[in-house]
Ligand binder design. Structure first.
Ligand code: SF4
Length: 63
């Protein structure tokens, strides 16, 4: 799986992605959601974050 992308212009900083998938999504010190640099993005929690994001601003391309 590819790295998920957060469209920061739509993100409302609700923190749900961080709650369901803290190993991938985190709020950085600048106040934006940041996607961790990982060698593998196959975690199930990424799809949970995509499903539960109220702004529908997380996307992930399948290779
Ligand atoms: S769940 Fe969506 S709207 Fe909420 S903080 Fe994460 S990316 Fe932003």
């Amino acid at each position: 799986m590819t790295k998920p992308i957060v469209d920061l212009s739509d993100c409302i900083l609700c923190g749900i992605c961080e709650d369901v998938c803290a190993e991938v999504f985190r709020l950085n010190s600048a106040g934006y959601i940041e996607v961790a640099e990982l060698s593998d993005y196959s975690q199930n929690c990424i799809s949970d974050a995509i499903k539960n994001c109220p702004a529908k601003c997380i996307s992930q391309e399948t290779p």
